[in-house]
Design a protein around this ligand. Structure first.
Ligand code: NAD
Ligand code: 6OD
Length: 486
């Protein structure tokens, strides 16, 4: 049985309490690892190690030296690509292709991109006039925040964790990472990578465990953590914000979504069907940027529903390494229960189930996994529960619309504001609609296409702040002004 430990001050350590928890396979519910649950003691040790490294060796490195090491981290991830792919497949149950083409390469890119950003950051300076006519020179020093707590979710664990660790380290901070209890493996592997390339002890630490009354809470309440970056549910964000208020720590939050896809009759039909299929069902619908509300212009509504149904009918459930399979389970039985309760609610509130709605028949060796059918609904009122709350599962509701103004109102009628996709060949319409949807990112005729130099984040209850490219510096550094009288 694989034993996964905490990574503190460059060493893999268990919990002094001896506490471990089981990590189960989403595909068949078998126990695939035992994970040491970090208690207050281990969190204290990790934060102390991070502080010492910040004030010591790491803090003394030049930007060039950090950049060189971050490139080495990216190269070592690439060298151990297969290990990362295998670990993430085991943790999430998602198909190998998703890992090899998207999630793991992004982990390496997250270090390179921010190494490049930090090399090219200019500093600002101002000449100020003074009554004696000699003037003063003001210039800005950009300094790291210190010890950053990174709390990450399970849906794209390595991508989302490194998306925070990369910029944090590039800016000269040290980190204590708390990955999701559902996906402990790739964070532990990253500890091996850090040691292999010579990242000083204490710069990167991992504490494994749960959220409330456990590791996550101990970390977010820790007084020696200077800033907290979090990706996860909006409700958890609220709890973490309360913790961060003690000591006035800064937060950066990437939270839930209830994203709309707007399909206009003038779209490239095949492209739109494929795009909505991916955005609603990739990773078994467990993508914050995914589309759970689809609005299709009335002249193509019936044809669109039939085409999307046809694509969904072709999914092949199976293990991540099954070359015939292209569709995985949900992360856990707990999440399966939640998604199935939304499926029931949709039926109770009058949905027409176009396809899916339940648990698929699986062969005996997979029957204990957390499987659910990808599901399409039509016919719900706009105030139905699944039109308002994030399901975070493989499902979407499709409704017809008649005009541009009306569909913009529908898209914006939500507490969330993460992403929108617009499918149209009319460029003027694309610009018009993109400027009016209240979200952090709008895709036109595409989805999940990311240039990591752009600002990423959510509006309304989908987040606080923006990360990406130079925007990450706003969170991972602070500016100090120096004024020199000339
Ligand atoms: P979650 O909020 O349940 O957990 C996320 C992390 O927070 C986990 O590591 C968990 O252990 C920890 N945690 C939970 N309660 C905590 C507490 N009180 N104090 C400290 N830590 C705590 O989210 P999840 O179920 O892992 O992920 C799914 C959610 O994440 C969805 O809502 C999804 O939309 C969101 N998400 C958002 C983005 C984005 O970029 N906006 C990206 C991915 C996922
Ligand atoms: O691409 C990213 O940087 C990012 N944060 C993606 C989020 C995916 C959500 O599931």
């Amino acid at each position: 049985m694989q034993q996964i430990k905490n990574f503190i001050n460059g060493e893999f350590v268990g919990a002094a309490s001896g506490k471990v928890f089981d990590k189960r396979s989403p595909s068949d519910n078998s126990i695939i690892a035992q994970v040491s649950e970090a208690g207050r003691l281990e969190v204290d040790q990790a934060v102390a190690a991070a502080r010492t490294a910040y004030l010591g060796e790491w803090g003394s490195y030049s930007t060039e030296k950090r950049v060189e090491l971050l490139y080495a981290v990216a190269d070592e991830i690439t060298r151990r690509f297969d290990d990362f792919v295998a670990a993430e497949m085991a943790d999430t149950g998602q198909p190998k292709a998703v890992m090899t083409h998207a999630f793991i390469p992004r982990g390496a890119a997250n270090f390179k991109v921010f190494a490049d950003v930090i090399k090219n950051v200019p500093s600002e300076s101002f000449q100020t006039t003074t009554p004696d006519g000699l003037g003063a020179l003001n210039y800005a020093l950009r300094v790291p925040k210190g010890v950053v707590g990174v709390i990450s979710p399970w849906n794209a664990p390595f991508l989302l964790m490194t998306w925070k660790v990369g910029p944090a380290l590039a800016c000269g901070n040290t980190v204590v990472v708390k990955p999701s209890e559902e996906t402990p493996m790739t964070a532990a592997l990253l500890g091996e990578v850090m040691n292999a390339v010579g990242i000083p002890k204490g710069v990167f630490n991992v504490v494994q465990g749960f959220g409330p009354d456990s590791t996550g809470e101990f970390l977010t309440h820790h007084p020696d953590v200077d800033a907290i970056t979090f990706t996860g549910e909006t409700r958890t964000g609220t709890a973490i914000m309360q913790a961060a208020a003690e000591g006035m720590r800064d937060v950066s939050f990437e939270l839930g979504g209830k994203n709309a896809g707007l399909v206009f009759a003038d779209c490239d039909f095949e492209q739109a069907v494929e795009g909505i299929y991916r955005s609603s069902f990739l990773n078994s619908g467990q993508v914050c940027l995914g589309t759970e509300r689809v609005y299709v212009e009335r002249p193509i509504f019936d044809k669109f529903v039939a085409a999307l149904k046809n694509k969904v009918a072709q999914v092949k459930f199976g293990r991540p390494d099954d070359p015939e399979a292209n569709y995985g389970p949900l992360i856990s039985h707990e999440h399966q229960e939640k998604v199935l309760s939304y499926y029931k609610k949709a039926r109770d509130e009058g949905a027409t189930v176009v396809i899916g709605g339940g648990v698929p028949d699986m062969p005996d060796d997979l029957a204990a996994g957390a499987w659910v059918e990808p599901t399409i609904w039509t016919g719900l009122a706009e105030d139905a529960t699944v039109m308002k709350e994030e399901v975070f599962g493989p499902c979407c509701h499709i409704a017809p619309f008649d005009d541009e103004q009306a569909v913009i109102r529908l898209a914006n009628d939500t507490d969330y504001g993460l992403s929108t996709t617009i499918w149209t060949r009319d460029l003027s319409r694309a610009h018009r609609v993109a400027s009016r949807v209240e979200v952090g990112i709008t895709w036109v005729n595409s989805w999940f296409l990311r240039d990591l130099r752009t600002a990423f984040g959510g509006s309304k209850q989908s987040g606080i702040g923006r990360e990406g490219g130079v925007h990450s510096l706003e969170f991972y550094t602070e500016m100090r002004n120096v004024c020199i009288k000339l």
